[in-house]
Design a binder for this molecule. Sequence first.
Ligand SMILES: NC(=O)c1ccc[n+]([C@@H]2O[C@H](COP(=O)([O-])OP(=O)(O)OC[C@H]3O[C@@H](n4cnc5c(N)ncnc54)[C@H](OP(=O)(O)O)[C@@H]3O)[C@@H](O)[C@H]2O)c1
Length: 230
Amino acid sequence: MHVVITGASRGIGLEFVRQYLSRGDHVVAACRDPARAAALAALVEEAGPRARILACDVASDASVAAFAAALGDGTVDLLVNNAGVGGGWESLDGVATDVALDTYNVNALGPLRVTRALLPHLARSSAPRVAHISSGMGSIADNGSGGAYAYRMSKAALNMASRNLAVDLRPRKVVSVVINPGWVATDMGGANAPTAARDSVAAMVARFDALTLADSGKFLDWKRAEGFPW
Ligand SMILES: NC(=O)c1ccc[n+]([C@@H]2O[C@H](COP(=O)([O-])OP(=O)(O)OC[C@H]3O[C@@H](n4cnc5c(N)ncnc54)[C@H](OP(=O)(O)O)[C@@H]3O)[C@@H](O)[C@H]2O)c1
């Protein structure tokens, strides 16, 4: 299987690269600045020709276009839109609209940009899938604590983008889902997070393996088989 992972320099993205490579898949690891992704470089070097690193800033139309061009006429069976930024836990008074716009650009528009740019590559797959890493914080139904406006709103918008893609890409048989990875110990999740990236990613990989067109449009959860409430 040919997998593309964005935000592969660290955290959950880096762990996706590790796990897909360890089972023999082909991986394109996309990151903002390959020169500063030492851990990723080590993984990719060890994997040899099955893996490569390409630059991709998901916040930039030009960068995403260059990334898609660098993929050439390759096939993408699974795109994992993982790159994301946290928006902090700001209160209503603390919302900075410029930060919120940046957060939206990365977390909501980023996955849309990359998915659209890679449609020709997904079209070459016999079972094309796109998995966007969302968050429980993007759930309207689950929101009982407020705050974190920029992050919550960006992930809720991502959830809508994924559902829209599921509808619009159904004729092309492209599956689009969002998934909550849990609260994961990464730079974003912090050291107090109860879940290791290894466990979250192993569970998500199993979910992605099981995806069919009937799942397209769903909000999955890393742990709960019934999915996450919208
Ligand atoms: N950790 C959690 O508890 C948790 C919970 C729910 C959802 N999530 C989601 O899971 C995903 C991964 O999070 P994480 O915990 O692994 O976070 P992380 O450790 O902060 O890593 C974020 C990754 O996204 C990349 N990134 C940020 N902006 C980018 C851009 N404009 N273009 C390309 N890459 C960019 C970063 O690259 P650089 O190294 O270049 O900065 C880094 O590789 C995110 O979408 C996040 O919202 C995480």
